[in-house]
Design a protein around this ligand. Structure first.
Ligand code: G1P
Length: 295
């Protein structure tokens, strides 16, 4: 029997240099997709997948993230007094339960592997999820679930460690972690190798690591060694490669769409996709789009 995946780690210490000047005083995770911060979309995905405790690995200038996932007394009181029940209830519905969030800081930008390692004491000795907040996922249809829910289902089937993947164009593989495919079950497959940011033309497949993971706690002592990889950073992919020597890794081909909101194009595409999926504005937004496109 597999254990329940209760905790999720969100590495949110990144600087967001691709979005300057927008991210000069606002964390990139707080940029909005339609009506909520990028990070809230990702937290909602985690909650849908059964996550109960949300661990944020933050850094300097990220305090507003902590405020976002807390109560805002003055605002809530004012909304109630003014009879803005819908807005008040929407805020309450997204509020994590008391004690269900933890915040720790990555003191220096040493890499994703280091950021995840910073959460070791809060996670403890149990399998856990990691969600990269740059990557925002959308279910193909509501019942198929978002990416982490599909990873949890794969974990319940295979146990061990799970990595979500998605196809990318061959000319984009050098920007991501890439996996090698072993025994293939269709939606899931055995991972036989992985490499972080392979030089152009050397990737073992076109399946990129798309930012959703379920990892066993034995990853922590491996990350603790602090070995540097691609870009001189402590890479999570290298830590997983180390763990794959003694534990199984399965890939999940996510049935849905992932938007890389760490890049302008992905961020803008996510805004369009989520707006078109939003009942309140989809139709008028479509009309605006047509006008802009001159169609
Ligand atoms: C990180 C991971 C990489 C993964 C990517 C997804 O890279 O190291 O394996 O494919 O996220 O966005 P980064 O985007 O931090 O360079």
């Amino acid at each position: 029997m597999t254990k329940r995946i209760r905790k999720a780690v969100f590495p949110v210490a990144g600087l967001g240099t691709r979005f300057l000047p927008a991210t000069k005083s606002i964390p990139k995770e707080m940029l909005t997709i339609v009506d909520r911060p990028v990070l809230q979309h990702v937290v909602e995905e985690a909650r849908e997948a059964g996550i109960e405790h949300f661990v944020f690995v933050t850094g300097r200038n990220k305090a507003v993230i902590e405020d976002h996932f807390d109560m805002a007394y003055e605002l809530e009181d004012t909304l109630q007094k003014r009879g803005k029940t819908k807005e008040y209830e929407a805020l309450m519905a997204q509020l994590p339960a008391a004690g269900a969030t933890s915040f720790t800081r990555q003191q220096a930008p040493l890499g994703l592997g280091h950021a995840v390692w910073c959460a070791r004491d809060i996670v403890g000795d149990e399998p856990f999820a990691v969600l990269l907040p740059d990557m925002v996922t959308m279910a193909r249809e509501a019942k198929s679930g978002r990416c982490l829910a599909q990873c949890v289902a794969a974990y319940e089937k295979h146990g061990g460690n799970i990595i979500a993947v998605e196809e990318v164009k061959p000319e984009e593989t050098h920007q991501y972690g890439i996996v090698s495919v072993g025994k293939d079950h269709g939606a899931t497959f055995e991972i036989t190798g992985m490499v972080e940011k392979p030089p152009k033309g050397t990737a073992p497949s076109n399946l990129m690591i798309s930012g959703r993971y379920i990892l066993e706690p034995e990853i922590f002592p491996i990350l603790e060694k602090g070995e540097k990889g691609a870009g001189g950073e402590i890479q999570l992919t290298d830590g997983m490669k180390g763990l794959a020597k003694s534990q199984s890794f399965h890939g999940v081909r996510f049935d849905g769409r992932t938007y890389d909101c760490g890049m302008k194009l992905g961020f803008l595409a996510a805004n369009v996709a989520f707006a078109l999926a939003n009942g309140d504005i989809a139709e008028p937004f479509k009309a605006e789009l047509k006008k802009i496109m001159g169609a």
